[in-house]
Design a protein around this ligand. Structure first.
Ligand SMILES: *[C@@H]1O[C@H](CO)[C@@H](O)[C@H](O)[C@H]1NC(C)=O
Length: 165
């Protein structure tokens, strides 16, 4: 092979590999666009997995309040669930009274472990009634890290106040 042929051959090789690189880049960009579209369609561009679990906790707290409130939360207004941070050393009677939902009906401290259970009879959650007057125990959503919702210990609660107008 003379030098002219070798040069042509090398040039062609470089061009071909360059074209492949462009194709692969296009392909990767297409995959990224596709993934982004799928995430957006499913709402994951707006909420993290943590946000979704925090919302589930809030739904569970509202349901627990509905069940724990003697009247079931009747009256002329929707009733409120407030988060209680034990570090603030305020009880639910005090927290409710700071809002227009001034009457405390109940305190609920609840927790559910993340992930699917694998054994019959496995503990998947925990709860406690610290009452409207209790300020020393419960939980601390506000001062917890975002990831704390994914914790797995059964002694770990989040505390909520069930307040009525
Ligand atoms: C929680 O405890 C208080 C005080 O003992 C009690 O009055 C209330 O009925 C309890 N709530 C529930 C839902 O058992």
């Amino acid at each position: 092979m003379n030098i002219a042929w070798l040069t042509t051959f090398l040039l062609v090789m470089i061009l071909v590999s360059g074209m492949n690189a462009v194709d692969e880049t296009d392909d990767l960009q297409g995959q990224i666009d596709n993934l982004k579209a799928q995430l957006a369609a499913a709402g994951y561009d707006r909420y993290s997995a943590y946000d979704l679990v925090w919302q589930s906790l809030h739904m569970a707290a509202a349901a627990a309040c509905r069940g724990s409130t003697p009247t079931g939360g009747r009256g002329y207004w929707p009733n409120a669930v407030l988060t209680r941070d034990v570090k603030a050393k305020l009880n639910c009677a005090q927290l409710c009274s700071k809002t227009k939902y001034a009457n405390c009906d109940a305190e609920v401290s609840i927790y559910g472990m993340n992930g699917k259970a694998t054994e019959n009879g496995q503990q998947v959650g925990s709860f406690y009634n610290y009452t409207c007057a209790g300020s020393l125990n419960g939980g601390s959503e506000v001062s917890s890290a975002d990831e704390a919702i994914m914790g797995t210990t059964s002694s770990h609660y989040f505390s909520f106040c069930c307040c009525r107008k």
